[in-house]
Write a protein that binds this ligand. Structure first.
Ligand code: IPE
Ligand code: IPE
Ligand code: MG
Length: 241
């Protein structure tokens, strides 16, 4: 007896899976750049450059298969603890990425996080990129100097500043940075770590979680396919039966 070999899925099949599973928003925790570099005897900074290159590929691919919203965790409120040189390299990569992002014509960008501590020149570029790209059909949220707890506190204070005295869930949802996006359906973390690390604490209440052992620079479109297929098999109950 010969076992019939399963035909590998092509992009068209994945587009169908995305459609049929109602997957609209994927959030990526892009972890493992440093270990990827160290394993190759390279400085950690080069891991971040490889990670930035991969980010572009994964965003492009996610969009090609019909995802509407992508959120990426690029720099956390805790990542300032890293050596100055590494932090500086990440800031430089952000600056360089904005150059490229300005040339995109179908992506709407939103930076989520506390941009007050970012260099004023880069901060201005973040804001002008958002203004330039507003209303476009595919959304990329870049979490930069982002912390989930920080975001919730910020949202509550924002609601209070609007005169609200008793805060409801709706008030928090309407004042988090992603207030105009649906919550992520799927959160993918690379780098063989099984935690959330202060990412989208509010929005992830009912997100499906997917963990990959691959380091971020080696996480490829076929790995996105695997995450999407796994998502399509999950039964989301949202507390129901
Ligand atoms: C993720 O990769 C990128 C950032 C946190 C900026 P890491 O730099 O955390 O890589 P590892 O986890 O040390 O390998
Ligand atoms: C999470 O990765 C932050 C980003 C991917 C930007 P970390 O490497 O900072 O998380 P921990 O320290 O392993 O929890
Ligand atoms: Mg890490």
């Amino acid at each position: 007896m010969f076992k019939k070999k399963k035909k590998p899925l092509n992009t068209e099949d994945i587009i169908d899976v995305v459609k049929n599973s109602g997957l609209r928003h994927i959030a990526y925790i892009m972890d493992g750049n440093g270990r990827w570099a160290t394993a190759r005897s390279l400085p950690r900074e080069l891991g971040h450059s490889a990670g930035a290159k991969n980010f572009k590929e994964i965003v492009r691919y996610s969009r090609n298969v019909g995802i509407r919203y992508v959120t990426v965790y690029a720099f956390s409120t805790e990542n300032w603890k890293r050596p100055e040189r590494e932090v500086a390299a990440i800031m430089k990569l952000l600056d360089q990425y904005i150059d490229e992002a300005e040339l995109e014509d179908e992506i709407e960008f939103l930076f989520i996080g506390d941009r007050e501590s970012v260099d004023p020149r880069i901060r201005e570029r973040m804001t002008s990129l958002e203004k330039l790209t507003v209303g476009r059909p595919f959304r990329v949220n870049i979490a930069f100097n982002y912390g989930g707890r920080d975001e919730i506190v910020h949202a509550v204070n924002l609601a209070i500043s609007k005169g609200i005295t008793t805060i409801t869930e709706k008030d928090v949802s309407e004042n988090v940075y992603t207030s105009d996006c649906p919550d992520p359906d799927l959160i993918v973390r690379t780098g063989a770590e099984f935690r959330i690390s202060n990412f989208l604490m509010w929005q992830s209440a009912y997100s499906e979680l997917y963990f990959s052992d691959k380091m971020w620079p080696e996480f490829k479109p076929e790995d996105v396919d695997a995450a999407i297929i796994e998502f399509s098999k999950r039964k989301r109950r949202f507390g129901g039966v």
